[in-house]
Design a protein around this ligand. Structure first.
Ligand code: DX5
Ligand code: ZN
Length: 226
């Protein structure tokens, strides 16, 4: 995985057809997705449940780009090796998921995966000040995690602040929640380079009508390029 700050669209398969993940992943990649975002929820850290390591491992052969795994689970450390074995390229843990995020990021990198740290809307940018040398990605939540299709919460100031804290370090700023062609340009301007989008990518399309996914991805990308 080489590093660059160009805009990357990462569809979240949380909005895909849960009975057809392989074909959905192939469809979004054929239609221009840069990364594939996988939302892991445990029914404890967030009030919703999705899938675990065996499912993520089954997705792996279908992902040709980057498998970006967002853990909304607590605790995290017990499961890091299982997600490495499942083939995650990037593993992101929430700073709010436990008392030892520093150790968690070290452990993620120790497996060879890239390490991400996610911040809930109520968590300030400064919380990652002492983690910058351990993170490859900072995920700024623009909804409270747990569900797709929620209303965007503006985090422009936080993203701007993170962008200046990061400086020249090779750390991605990813935005997760409520990204569409009206909100994506705000985040791109503030300094984000990875935009996760679930409902705004999958809306109106299907594996039988994948061109809609392509239209939706292009509309989000184009909105950031004005
Ligand atoms: C929220 C998830 C997001 C979600 C985004 O807990 O982390 O990735 O799927 O969905 P939309 O784009 O519909 O807000
Ligand atoms: Zn996510």
């Amino acid at each position: 995985m080489s590093f660059d700050r160009s805009i990357k669209i990462a569809p979240s398969i949380l909005s895909a057809d849960f009975a057809n993940f392989g074909a959905e992943i192939r469809a979004i990649e054929d239609q221009g997705a840069d990364w594939v975002h996988i939302d892991v929820m445990d029914g404890h850290f967030v009030p919703n449940l999705t899938f675990g390591p065996p499912a993520v491992k089954a997705f792996r052969p279908h992902v040709k780009t980057v498998m970006d795994v967002h853990l909304m689970i607590s605790p995290v450390d017990l499961y890091i090796d299982a997600y490495a074995d499942a083939g995650a390229d990037i593993l992101t843990a929430h700073i709010e998921a436990g008392p030892h995020i520093h150790r968690t990021l070290q452990a993620i990198r120790g497996t060879g995966m890239k390490a991400g740290v996610a911040l809930n809307p109520g968590t300030p940018a400064d919380a990652i000040e002492h983690l910058l040398d351990l993170a490859d990605l900072v995920c700024v939540m623009t909804v409270n995690p747990g569900f797709g299709g929620q209303k965007y919460i503006d985090m422009t100031d936080k993203v701007r602040r993170l962008r200046s804290m990061i400086g020249d370090r090779p750390i991605h700023i990813e935005i997760d929640g409520g990204m569409d062609p009206t909100t994506a340009p705000l985040m791109a301007k503030a300094g984000a380079d990875v935009l996760v989008a679930g409902s705004a990518v999958f809306r109106g399309g299907s594996v039988d009508n994948p061109a809609v996914y392509g239209d939706n991805i292009r509309a989000i990308r184009a909105s950031t390029q004005d």
